[in-house]
Design a protein around this ligand. Structure first.
Ligand code: SAH
Ligand code: SF4
Ligand code: F3S
Length: 436
């Protein structure tokens, strides 16, 4: 038998891309590929890309430029581009960078094995369809190999919301939910492979409708899987947070007290221009309802500053909303014009002003995040240990609130949930001691 060919995948963007990269590697394993961690070793390089902000897309072209030398040294090296840039740019990628052999969109990567064969024959392969068939049904079953304690599981894809700034509805297509029985089977297989915590993924995961009672119903079905200890989900839209899902945060013991619920802006005028279809007050009220059933829930959010037309007052409204809500964790971005989206047509605000606002918002969010971490000191949390830490004898894992926690613990505790008393808060993690 010939030596296996080596595949190097580099993943950008959201967790859904992380999941897709795993599935793409699995799909190509049937063509004789094994994964390598080094581009220099690879027979095929696959970039799984993100198009969400301008810088993300530009990064791909400069990354491809860097692979040019590798390609010159090894003319048989195959180069592929997958993910959201592949979907948005399509053939343009091969025009700008002729050494690219393969371009595959996020909805058609089940066709990768056939595309790879074409590429092996020296052809170019391009597929950016939104096919009728369900790619998950067409992909071969996931291999039953031992896995780490945490895993992602995509349950919903695409988006019908069309926020005025966002490319996702164009790169990922319409909202589709996977059938519950398939998800449950995949979850059981993951648990059999050693997984203790599953994060359900979707661009709008709480719009999931593959089970009669939506995402809450799916969570309750997953709750019954023996050996599965923790369930998380991301990313949610405020308008799809139904009462059953809110209640699950109070009553489902496996559902972790962490919620990523992006609001983007605290100004009603801007929310309307963004087509978010809710007001700031409705969001604040929703948070109050969630916290009333689960007071310790750690809340995370996304913000965009400098959306076209954003005035000083609009920005102050965002700052005010942040002060009111008090986030444990958050991501904030400067608005980035995306070609083809409605907001791209509008006059942009001054870049320096947007940068200044971003810094002010980030300072506030960082203060809140530090305070949330600091408030954990002295408390006991449950940590699912995932791997060894940087210091001798240390393990690292996540608390139920998704804080990274390091503590001295036996190696055998990897994959176990242990009680840990938090003793210190450092920049991006918490230090703790095992509770005997
Ligand atoms: N589906 C999720 C988020 C998807 S994109 C939701 O509805 O909230 C992740 C985050 O990227 C968004 O929440 C938003 O804050 C940010 N983002 C999306 N498009 C952007 C753009 N054009 N410029 C800057 N940030 C953007
Ligand atoms: Fe983008 Fe809005 Fe859809 Fe989120 S809900 S993916 S921000 S269009
Ligand atoms: Fe990026 Fe596509 Fe995810 S644009 S954020 S990789 S859905």
């Amino acid at each position: 038998m010939s030596d296996p060919k080596k595949l190097f995948i580099k993943t950008y963007g959201c967790q859904m891309n992380v999941y897709d990269s795993e599935r793409m590697a699995e799909a190509l394993s049937g063509n004789g590929y094994v994964q390598t961690q080094s581009a220099e070793d690879a027979d095929m390089i696959l970039l799984n890309t993100c198009h969400i902000r301008e810088k993300a897309a530009e990064k791909i072209y400069s990354e491809l430029g860097r692979f040019k030398a590798l390609h010159d040294a090894k003319p048989d090296l195959k180069i592929g581009v997958a993910g959201c840039v592949a979907q948005a740019e399509g053939e343009e990628i091969m025009r700008r960078q002729p050494m690219v052999d393969l371009v595959v969109g996020p909805q058609s990567y089940h066709r990768l094995p056939a595309m790879e064969q074409a590429v092996a024959r020296g052809e170019k392969a391009l597929d950016t369809d939104f096919p009728e068939e369900d790619k998950f049904e067409k992909l071969k079953a996931r291999p039953k190999v031992a896995r780490g304690p945490t895993a992602f599981l995509t349950v919903q894809e695409g988006c019908d919301k069309f926020c005025a700034f966002c490319v996702v509805p164009y790169t990922r297509g319409a909202e589709v939910s996977r059938p519950a029985d398939r998800i449950l089977q995949e979850a059981r297989d993951l648990v059999a492979a050693g997984v203790r915590e599953i994060t359900l993924l979707g661009q709008n995961v709480n719009a999931y409708h593959g089970a009669e009672g939506g995402l809450a119903d799916l969570i309750w079905q997953l709750d019954k899987i023996e050996g599965l200890s923790r369930i998380r989900f991301t990313t949610s839209h405020p308008n799809d947070m139904d009462q059953a899902l809110i209640d699950a945060h109070a009553t489902c013991g496996k559902l972790m007290p962490y919620l990523h619920l992006p609001v983007q802006s605290g100004s009603d005028r801007i929310l309307k221009a963004m087509n978010r279809k809710h007001t700031a007050a409705q969001y604040v009220d929703l948070i109050a309802r969630i916290r009333s059933v689960r007071p310790d829930l750690l809340l995370s959010g996304d913000f965009i500053v400098g959306f076209p037309g954003e005035t000083d007052q609009d920005f102050e409204d965002t700052m005010e909303l942040v002060r009111t809500v008090n986030y444990g964790q958050a991501y904030s971005f400067k608005y980035s014009t995306r070609p083809g989206t409605p907001a791209a047509e509008k006059a942009q605000i001054d870049d320096g002003l947007a940068t200044e606002r971003l810094h002010r918002l980030q300072a506030l969010l960082t203060t809140q995040q530090r305070a949330a971490q600091q408030s954990m000191v002295g408390r006991e949390v449950s940590v699912l240990f995932e791997k060894v830490g940087r210091l001798e004898g240390q393990l690292i894992g996540k608390s139920e609130y998704l804080h990274a926690v390091h503590a001295v613990a036996p190696r055998g505790d990897i994959g176990q949930i242990r009680k840990v008393r938090i003793v210190e808060s450092v920049t991006n993690s918490l230090g703790g001691e095992l509770v005997a």
